[in-house]
Design a protein around this ligand. Sequence first.
Ligand code: MG
Length: 349
Amino acid sequence: MEPMSTGAFARVSGLSRKALRLYDELGLLRPAAVDERTGYRWYTADQVDRARLVAWLRRLGMPLARIATVVAVDPAAAAAEIRAYRAEIERETALRRALATLLADHLSREDEIMTAPTFVLHAAAASDRGLVREAHQDLAHADAGLLLVADGFGPIGADMSRVTVDAVLAHRPGSGEVLAALRSAVDAAVSGVEELPAGDGSGCTLTALALSGDRLALVHVGDGRVYLLRDGVLTRLTDDHTVAWPLLEGGSLTEDELASHPERALLTQALTPGLLPRPDALVREVRAGDRYLVSSDGLHAVLPRAEILAVLRDVPDPTAAVAELVRRVLTAGAPDNVACAVGDVAAVG
Ligand code: MG
């Protein structure tokens, strides 16, 4: 094969002479020959593809050491490595986006003392009408600091959910004590619901998580649930406010058996005009790597606990995880609306 000078090869490959020298030194792209006397480098035409690949990977921002790995393996393995790099970029970007949103929110509220966020949620939400219900009354929301699920019922159940979620978002916790702030936001939702027409039996559940610093607050009314996946172990953090719940607490039913109990869906508490709910509330410390799931009963009454665990454990990306949970609910017949939010706790700073 005809040897090409460094200059000719630089033109064909789109790499500068300086870059070619660097890549030679780093072992990314060795010349086909080096003139011992003059030190001139010679390349061949069949090195152009590799040179262009190196140039594209550089443009992508891939670190040199990683480029060395990509160019050393066969095309299929190289493609897999580039996909893995892309997933890392997306995760990093999502985290930066989440942090930027959080900081902008703090500043736009003109909080006097800004609590430096030490953790953010890498989060996603999804909901679906399901395959049986005519109306879609479930709502889910997820962002860097908040996970919410509301499940409406009755003729104007969708309005109840909407008013509730909007009120919590409008009064979302800022600086200060996160549990008190989240409780105020839920009080605002209760007031919002009170303004809707009473008497037709409509209402909604609300399960909300808010993250501030290293504290996570949880406020809960109804039969939505919060699960925590930590170190591979799934823990339920909420009790259902239903007529059937004491059977589980008394030990006569398991969580999966409760799902088919006739009084499982009879709520003892909800956001509904004329009834003041007594929300459960708790605050806990988060750890990097914690994964939280907030779900409506259309998810946890349909999927067995082991299946929820499997998805949360095996699907690392939150957007893919909520999509997979909803997909499995649909496969299982989706008798109810379904909503869920997944948030992964990530350290920042
Ligand atoms: Mg439901």
